[in-house]
Each structure stands twice: as structure tokens, then as C-alpha cells.
Design a binder for this molecule. Structure first.
Ligand SMILES: Cc1cc2nc3c(=O)[nH]c(=O)nc-3n(C[C@H](O)[C@H](O)[C@H](O)COP(=O)(O)OP(=O)(O)OC[C@H]3O[C@@H](n4cnc5c(N)ncnc54)[C@H](O)[C@@H]3O)c2cc1C
Length: 248
């Protein structure tokens, strides 16, 4: 089975984000980058499929030289091959999807796995865009997945419940937390990942369709107020919640 996993290189969830002086990009100085947590789940699912059905897991990312760090993590977890599709500028979801489409058309995977969303820009668009571009079925927010008789049977997480769906391969899948627990790379895996070559690709890509006009950080929260520490504070607390916070 040929399994592709699309992985993004994103700021660490713990990183303190600063906005650059242009007001519309992130200042990456001092920011630690990680493999997008949802994509870690996708890599794990790819490895599980390989263990069950045989084949290869190919990790692919769109971005710059620095994205190789993320590809090395996927290799250390056990991916067989890694590919960097090089771009110079910050691409929107459409352009990233176009880049991925070009590569996926070359290798024709049976299954292409994505995270449900990238925790940097949170668009949650790329898996469905790629599915449309390749005219393939796509199933999103998958929390359970099985393959029987060449059919993919998935459970999707939807508001207030789960939905079970079935489709054929080749297919695009985006994964949600709960599908599986990503493994920690072993020391052997980490050492081996350092010597595995990373293939580089460059495509003629279209212009972005969406332009970032500005970025701003959420307003900082005001300091909390201690009304009292025993039951005598309840009356005043209720008054404040009613008259000031207007939540009751
Ligand atoms: C500081 C910073 C610098 C950046 N610099 C560049 C740059 O130089 N060049 C560039 O092309 N982009 C760059 N990006 C964009 C970034 O790499 C993503 O492509 C973009 O954030 C996608 O976000 P999204 O919300 O549209 O993805 P979503 O649609 O939310 O992503 C869903 C899934 O699609 C897959 N996916 C998303 N992005 C990628 C990707 N890049 N490669 C492979 N799979 C992916 C993952 O499986 C992900 O879980 C930068 C982003 C940041 C925050």
C-alpha cells in the first residue's frame, strides 16, 4: 500500500507569538517549530497501515528548508521517505493544496492522510481542496478507520455524535484526535532519520487567492478580582456577576 502523509511545520503551541513590523506576518525569531500535532496522528495512522498491509509511508511538506526539521521527525517516527516541496513565499491554503496535488499526481498513493487542521492558520481547507483537485473521495475528521476488501470504513466525529462512512481507494483522509496515539521516535529512529535523504521538488505554482491584510493578538485579559474568601462574599459576587459582568 502506498501511503502519503502531508505534514506541516508549525509554531509550538507553547510559543509566545509576536507579530512582525509589517503587521501581517508572524515574527519567527525565537519561535520553536514542531510537527503539527494533528499531522503526528496522521503519521502514526500511516505507520499502522503499513504495519498491517505493508508498503511505504511518504511524508511530504510544502514550505522552506526549515520544514526539513519536521520531515526528520516523521522519518524518526518511521516514515520511509520524505519530500520537501520548496516555496519562497507564504502560500495560502489553495497554493499549498496545488503544490501537494502536483506531487500526489506523480506518486498516486492509495491513501493520503492529513491532519484535520494546521494549528498555525487553522483554515482546515487543504485536505478537501486536494480531494477536489484530484477528483478523489475525501473523508474529514476521522476518529476510527479500517480497511476491508479494498474499501475504507471510517467513523467521523460530528456535533453530538459519530457518523460511519465507507468509500473506495484511492482516498483523502483527514484525521482527528482520538484516532490513535502517536508513537515517540526511538533513539534508533532518530539516528536513522539523520541519514535518510530528503527529496526536493519545485513546481510552478499559482498566485495566492487570499491575502492576509493584518494580524492581531487577542486582547490581554484584565486581572482577576477577589471579592472575598468566605460565604459573606456571595452577595457581592452575585451583584458583580449580574451588574458588571452581566452573565447572570
Ligand atoms: C511563520 C510561518 C511561516 C510560513 N512560511 C511559509 C513559507 O515560506 N512557504 C509556504 O509555502 N508556506 C508557509 N507558511 C504556511 C504554512 O506552511 C501552511 O501551509 C499554512 O499554514 C497552511 O495552513 P492552513 O490553515 O491553510 O492549513 P489547513 O487546511 O488547516 O491544514 C490541514 C492539513 O493540511 C496539511 N498541510 C497544511 N499545510 C501544509 C504544508 N505546508 N505542507 C504539507 N501539508 C500541509 C496538514 O496535514 C494539515 O493538518 C508559513 C506559516 C507560518 C505560520
Amino acid at each position: 500500500m502506498k501511503i502519503a502523509v502531508c505534514v506541516n511545520h508549525v509554531p509550538d503551541t507553547e510559543a509566545k507569538i509576536k507579530i512582525s513590523s509589517d503587521g501581517k506576518s508572524v515574527d519567527t525569531g525565537g519561535v520553536n517549530f514542531i510537527l503539527n500535532p494533528y499531522d503526528e496522528i496522521a503519521v502514526e495512522q500511516g505507520l499502522k497501515l503499513k504495519e498491517k498491509f505493508g508498503g511505504d509511508v511518504i511524508a511530504v511538506t510544502v514550505g522552506q528548508e526549515i520544514n526539513k526539521e519536521t520531515l526528520r521527525k516523521a522519518l524518526a517516527m518511521g516514515a520511509d521517505k520524505a519530500v520537501l516541496i520548496k516555496t519562497n513565499v507564504l502560500c495560502d491554503s489553495y497554493v499549498v493544496a496545488e503544490a501537494l496535488k502536483n506531487y500526489l499526481q506523480e506518486i498516486n498513493p492509495d491513501i493520503t492522510l492529513f491532519g484535520k487542521q494546521s494549528i498555525d492558520y487553522d483554515n482546515a481547507q487543504i485536505p478537501s481542496l486536494v480531494g477536489e483537485m484530484l477528483n478523489l473521495p475525501s473523508i474529514t475528521v476521522v476518529v476510527k478507520m479500517e480497511i476491508e476488501n479494498n474499501k475504507v470504513i471510517c467513523e467521523r466525529e460530528i456535533e453530538g455524535g459519530h457518523e460511519k462512512v465507507i468509500s473506495q481507494m484511492p482516498i483523502i483522509i483527514s484525521v482527528q484526535k482520538g484516532l490513535c496515539e502517536p508513537r515517540y521516535p526511538t533513539l534508533k529512529g532518530i539516528m536513522a532519520s539523520k541519514s535518510k535523504p530528503i527529496e526536493e521538488k519545485i513546481y510552478n505554482l499559482p498566485e495566492n487567492k487570499v491575502e492576509i491584510v493584518s494580524l492581531r493578538l487577542p486582547q490581554s485579559k484584565s486581572a482577576g478580582k477577589i471579592v472575598g474568601t468566605d460565604v459573606s462574599a456571595v452577595k457581592e459576587l452575585v451583584r458583580l456577576l449580574h451588574e458588571e459582568a452581566k452573565v447572570i
